[in-house]
Write a protein that binds this ligand. Structure first.
Ligand code: XMP
Length: 516
């Protein structure tokens, strides 16, 4: 994307995203590409250096992830990490063998040779290892620069500008890891370290203007969430009123959300917002449906129909629209670009997936290389309100996947009220921004209770609160008892139709964050 980037080729390690994050913390832009990326695609990022990530495979596996080995001969500095070290060794004529035992966890390494990679680092240091294979013979020209008790820990060939480490400098457990990466990025690759949110904003605006041209028009689906709001604000800065933001009420939004989002987006952010209330259409289609996947499909397809109809209406008014802006983030793309192909679908996620095909629109995805917290700092830099930036993620199919069983107007109202209490109490306790998601789920379970002198027979509501980095894994949050007590009391007293509250203490895996 720009001249100072570091390209990371992903061989499937669970830590690959962390490498990108660390490099960007060093204020150098970095992008993760699948290891199968073509040389042209890699060069398109104008890299100052290349990092080969770790990965779960062995270089001798039949389905070992392939990469174009010409990346090793571009003359750009290369850093191999774990599997990256094996790959380099194997491709350049060395030998990799299975180690006598898997080295996993902390290890003490000793730096034994001169290396710019280890400049100003202590001669011995604690690192994080996770590997089975190891290099037995090095390729010609390579020397060992660090060793662990069991294996070699770092190698290099200055002449070919290739460095490789067996451990993971990107994880926090490797205390000196960031310094090692700093040496690679600054000392070896000569990067400037000027990648800041403002730089990203300017560069994105320039690119969007270049892509869309003087007259092109774009449309965007606002969800009320951070990602689409930041993407739209960026594009709005580039092309102003030639961007139309459509916000659809699908009837399963949170309490008061339709009005609040409209207000935030048009009044506070000054976006060109076009709202469509399609509640009736969505709820008619959802009537009688209880299967979670069917609910998701109905909502996804109906959304596409509504959006398409709105786009056609707009086109009649303003002429043809060519681009669709989406707030896709890096964690959204990574699953579909995995080295082993798209990972198994656990739930069909509804963003606005089918739109570009159906409408023959070209995509603009300004955030596709970023993580959520980076998107927030971009938004902050553009002066967006914290209320928008700090909003917890909310699924596209909305409350429909939090109402188990049929989605009816009555049940939606019950859940909206219960959910509103959860959100307010979590906010009041000062926990809202510390928690990835906190919400209520309406269960199709009725139980007996007593209120005053009256017997009740009403629904059960579950409270869910999870910590997560990216939604892929999550831990349930031990909310303070006081907060749980308040939530439970308020729900049972204020929401007529719910007489029992339970707390979900399941992490992901094995649970998922949403109940459907
Ligand atoms: P699960 O339930 O799969 O959720 O553990 C992971 C994260 O994704 C959100 N989610 C969705 N987001 N469309 C979305 O835009 C969807 O269909 C969808 N389903 C789940 C969920 O809220 C959590 O943050």
């Amino acid at each position: 994307m720009e001249e100072q980037s570091i390209v990371i080729l992903d061989f499937g390690s669970q830590y690959t995203q962390l490498i990108a994050r660390r490099i960007r913390e060093l204020k150098v832009f970095s992008a993760v590409l699948p290891c199968t990326a073509s040389l042209d695609e890699i060069k398109g990022y104008k890299p100052a250096g290349i990092i080969l990530s770790g990965g779960p495979s062995s270089v001798y596996d039949e389905d070992a992830p392939p990469a174009d080995e010409r990346v090793l001969a571009l003359g750009l500095p290369v850093l191999g990490i774990c599997y990256g070290l094996h790959y380099i060794t194997h491709k350049l004529g060395g030998k990799i063998v299975p180690g006598p035992k898997r080295e996993y966890g902390h290890a003490e390494i000793t730096v034994s040779g001169e290396s710019r990679l280890f400049r100003d680092l202590p001669p011995s240091m604690n690192v994080w290892m996770s590997h089975g294979d190891e290099a037995k013979t090095l390729p010609p020209g390579f020397t060992i620069v660090a060793k662990s008790p069991n294996a070699l820990a770092a190698i290099q060939d200055e002449a070919r500008r290739i460095w490789a480490v067996q451990f993971h400098p990107e994880v926090h457990h490797t205390k000196q890891g960031i310094n090692l990466l700093r040496n690679f990025v600054y000392e070896i690759c000569g990067a400037r370290g000027d990648w800041t949110p403002q730089h990203f904003i300017n560069e994105t605006i320039r690119q969007v203007r270049e892509t869309v041209g003087e007259k092109g028009k774009a449309i965007c689906a606002l969800s009320g969430g951070v990602d689409s709001a930041v993407a739209a604000t960026l594009v709005d800065k580039a092309i102003g009123r030639r961007l139309w933001c459509v916000f659809v009420n699908n009837g399963v939004l949170r309490k008061g959300e339709f009005g609040k989002v409209q207000q935030n987006m048009s009044d506070k952010l000054g976006l060109n917002v076009d709202t469509v209330d399609a509640t009736k259409l969505f709820l008619d289609k959802l009537a009688g449906v209880t299967d979670p996947e069917k609910k998701r499909k109905i909502i996804g397809n109906t959304f596409i129909d509504v959006f398409d109809a709105e786009a056609q209406r707009l086109e009649k008014e303003v002429g043809s629209v060519d681009y669709l802006v989406q707030g896709t983030l890096y964690p959204d793309v990574i699953e579909s670009r995995s080295v082993r192909g798209p990972s198994q679908t656990i739930k069909t996620h509804h963003n606005v997936g089918g739109l570009p095909d159906k409408m023959k629109l070209k995509l603009i995805e300004p955030l596709k290389d970023l993580f959520k917290d980076e998107v927030r700092s971009i938004g902050r830099e553009m002066g967006m309100p914290e209320e928008v930036l700090q909003r917890q993620p909310f699924p596209g199919p909305g409350l429909a996947v939090r109402i188990l069983g049929e989605v009816t107007p009555d049940r939606i109202a019950l859940l909206q009220d219960a959910d509103d209490i959860v959100v307010n109490e979590i906010r009041r306790a000062g926990l809202y921004t510390q928690i990835w998601q906190s919400f209520a789920v309406l269960l199709p379970v009725m139980s007996v209770g007593v209120m005053g002198d009256q017997r009740t027979y009403a629904y059960t509501c579950a409270i869910r609160a999870v910590h997560s980095e990216d939604g892929m894994t999550a831990d349930w949050v031990p909310l303070p008892y006081e907060v749980l007590k308040k939530i439970s009391n308020r729900i049972v007293n204020e929401v007529r139709g719910i007489n029992r509250v339970v707390y979900d203490i399941t992490s992901k895996p094995p649970g998922t964050i949403e109940w459907e």
